[in-house]
Design a protein around this ligand. Structure first.
Ligand code: ADE
Ligand code: ZN
Length: 352
């Protein structure tokens, strides 16, 4: 069933102060920047890579599954070479998300995808940080950077990457550790040592992991038990385990849901299949996110609208979702209070 999104509801969702907890900065690289960067940096894309914006867009519209997307995603990011490239990419994202009503962003990046191409950590972090600082100063968006480990690479590679990133964690320039890439053959337990190391040496750092996108509820349990994460990225398959749902609700563990991604990567056949109503009923907090917006056809507001068109939620329910997003954010209590106040103000205009 399709619910009509009225102009008033559209306006409300636009104005509603939003937090994003699941966006890969490399996943904001669309064809319109990818080809110019390839030309500027003299990058020869592989023969099998689409040659035109339209052909590339066609690929984006027809992913078979997560791996099919990742194969293109890793080639795509090979056009990012200089600090300016990383800055330009992230700054374009912040501007778009700001126009969508974003107030706080916790953004992922994949250093191993750059290190293995000979780009150093300093170039990547400096470029992304410059964009974060500009977004804070000029757009009023609070930002966090979360370094993800690629789970298709060995845990030792992850430990080496953590060692390389140490100065940036110490200076408060990177704030979290995540785990992404091909889920199915690479379960969370492989990365226990990486997470233990981080918890021991940088206890203030946010720990999160992709789990339950293609993997089952055991991926989520094991991420919580062994990696000691406080958030789960995706978590769609949590719904298959009632005990897990209770656990997530009891501990108020937030899931970072990515509706358009789940549709494009065929985790679900229809956004209406996502267990949003069940999570709300059970008291499981979740936020709504764009994941890789350039690849999946929508930024944060598009994802809110996609949920609205399938679920027809009311203003109090959206208020709860926005509040849970703030509560689950890795920010100070004073910033949380500020955002919660703004949510009150916006919702009071729409709840009669
Ligand atoms: N890297 C970028 N997007 C991802 C996703 N949705 N799942 C796993 N790894 C990713
Ligand atoms: Zn993701």
């Amino acid at each position: 069933m399709i619910h009509t999104v009225t102009p008033e509801m559209h306006q409300f969702l636009h104005e509603l102060p939003k937090c994003e907890h699941h966006v890969h900065l490399e996943g904001t690289l669309g064809p319109e920047l990818l080809f110019p960067l390839a030309a500027r940096n003299n990058i020869q894309l592989p023969d099998h890579f689409p040659k035109t914006v339209d052909d590339l867009q066609y690929k984006y519209d027809n992913f078979k599954d997560l791996q099919d997307f990742l194969d293109l995603y890793y080639v795509g990011m090979s056009v990012l070479i200089t600090e300016d490239d990383f800055f330009e990419l992230a700054w374009a994202y912040f501007r778009k998300a700001h126009a969508d009503g974003l107030h706080h962003a916790e953004t992922f990046f994949d250093p191993q995808g750059h290190l293995e191409r000979g780009i150093d950590m300093e170039t990547v972090v400096k470029g992304f940080r410059k964009a974060c600082d500009k977004a804070e100063a000029e757009l009023g968006i609070t930002t966090k950077l979360i370094m993800c480990l690629l789970r298709h690479l060995p845990a030792q590679d992850g430990l080496d990457t953590i060692a390389l990133a140490k100065p940036y964690y110490e200076q408060g320039l990177i704030h979290g550790l995540g785990l992404d890439s091909s889920e199915k053959p690479f379960p969370p337990e492989l990365f226990k040592e990486c997470y233990e190391h981080m918890a021991k040496h940088h206890p203030e750092v946010l720990l999160t992991a992709h789990a339950g996108e293609e993997g089952g509820p055991d991926y989520i349990h094991n991420s919580l038990d062994l990696l000691k994460v406080t958030r789960i990225d995706h978590g769609v398959n949590s719904i298959k385990d009632p005990q897990l749902i209770k656990r997530l609700a009891d501990n108020q563990t937030m899931l970072s849901l990515c509706p358009m991604s789940n549709l494009k990567l065929r985790v679900v056949q229809d956004i209406a299949e996502l267990p949003i109503k069940e999570w709300i009923e059970a008291g499981v907090p979740f936020s709504i996110n764009s994941d890789d917006p350039a690849y999946f056809g929508g930024y944060i507001l598009d994802n809110y609208l996609a949920v609205q068109s399938k679920f027809g939620l009311d203003v109090p329910t959206w208020k709860l979702i926005a509040q849970n997003g703030v509560k689950g954010s890795h920010i100070s209590q004073s910033r949380k209070d500020e955002l919660l106040q703004r949510i009150e103000e916006v919702c009071s205009k729409y709840i009669f």
